[in-house]
Design a protein around this ligand. Sequence first.
Ligand code: DC
Length: 225
Amino acid sequence: MAGKTTITIDGPGGSGKSTVARRLADSLGFAFLDSGAIYRAATWFALDQGLDLTDTARVLQAMDGLSLHFEQTPAGMSVFVNLVDVTGQIRTREVSNSIFHLANSGEVRSRLIGYQQAFAQDADLVAEGRDMGSVVFPDAPLKFYLMASLEIRARRRQRELEQVGEQINFEAIKEEILIRDERDSNREVAPLCKPEGAVVIDSSDLEIQQVIAVMTGEARSRGLV
Ligand code: DC
């Protein structure tokens, strides 16, 4: 088939996007972009430099010295900031709860968009995030919006945090998810939304394999794979 194909998956945190996107990419032989990891890495970098994240001008200036690099591994995408592997460090609560300072800034977002679009230059791609179908890859021929109930998302997030050694009360996790939803959906620039034409999937009661089967079916019916 001529040209490269991009499939986008947007949705709130904990909807299962990352796992589903990675497995879908593997099964189709496509590359995989976890755009949240880019926002996480930039936030980690700013925190590591001791910057005041509310000072966007200073953060932007510091980002001149930010070099991001990614490696696909069997366990997922490894993320490097200026050659340091920060794959685990970008998943902490401190980073998660600070990202909005950068994610709310249009200037920061446009700085990070190039890293994201570069993934689609030479490869068929499954891209997941909040604005993949609406802003970063608006011409993608297949877009999904993946959602799940708050309970399920909180349980998934709890497991993810346990993997980086953080034990957090379930109610506190739910609270943090609601705050992040609110921030992601209501920011002025590139808010989380269902992109026009996106296929909506509620993953609350579905196994990963079932979600992937629905997605693969949609890709086949459009002649993309
Ligand atoms: O998918 P995630 O939880 O790793 O994303 C972390 C944060 O990054 C999320 O709260 C909002 C931000 N983000 C964004 O603004 N745009 C994206 N395309 C992906 C993530």
